[in-house]
Design a protein around this ligand. Structure first.
Ligand SMILES: O=C(O)CCC(=O)C(=O)O
Length: 214
């Protein structure tokens, strides 16, 4: 796809077959649920449950009806890109987030062992960023990924993120099935309180989930 998206071309990005399919939704409880993303999410929860040795439906229950928040990010180019940042380092307050670098302009970076690593912009590739909720439920076996977005000197960049959150009434705490007789690594907090704590702070790495660690 053309990397130089501007003005009306920006709108044309939404006519890409893949994005239309990804966003095609159905209305559930008054909200639009993208069908294809829900299928991907369902499949990922089953793999995560299997890896943790818990029943496949455990995560499906915590994330029942698959609530999703969708965000389009538009990053204009900047000649002094090294002096600005697109989105500050943070981890997502979701179970996981599915991200598409829409116009194939690289910008996403993840933090691994203290180093920032660029995630390649492969055409139509979905990137899954594990979120804080999965870290808590899995008692830290899965870690949420700290990430940020950088700006390009030449091209505008567009990304689409679908945040897959739990049921609104969820009490966040490590799943007893995962902890077993082992050490509990995180305290409890309602999902609503957790979201409040996230939105009341500026984006600052994994600062909110760090406070829940025991
Ligand atoms: O644009 C990106 O690649 C990252 C977006 C992001 O982290 C977010 O919207 O929370």
């Amino acid at each position: 796809m053309d990397k130089g998206l501007e003005g009306p071309d920006f709108e044309r990005a939404g006519s890409n077959f893949f994005q239309r399919r990804m966003l095609k939704g159905r209305i559930l409880k008054g909200r639009i649920r993208p069908i294809e993303l829900t299928k991907v999410a369902s499949c990922l929860w089953r793999y995560i449950a299997t890896n943790l040795g818990v029943a496949p439906e455990v995560f499906e229950q915590q994330f029942k009806d698959h609530p999703q928040g969708l965000r389009f990010n538009y990053y204009p180019p900047c000649l002094e890109a090294d002096k600005v940042i697109g989105i500050s380092p943070h981890s997502d307050a979701s179970g996981f987030s599915i991200l598409l670098q829409i116009n194939d302009v690289q910008g996403l970076q993840i933090r691994k062992d203290g180093e920032w690593i660029a995630v390649s912009a492969l055409p139509n590739a979905l990137i899954v960023n594990l979120g804080d909720i999965t870290e808590i439920l899995s008692n830290g076996i899965y870690k949420s990924i700290e990430h940020r977005a950088m700006i390009n000197t030449q091209h505008p960049r567009i990304s689409l993120v679908a945040f897959h959150g739990p049921d609104n009434s969820l009490m966040l705490r490590p799943l007893p099935e995962v902890v077993g007789d082992g050490k509990l690594n995180y305290g409890s907090m309602s999902y609503q309180e957790f979201l409040k704590a996230v939105f009341n702070k500026k984006l600052e790495g994994k600062s909110v989930i760090e406070k829940l660690k025991l």
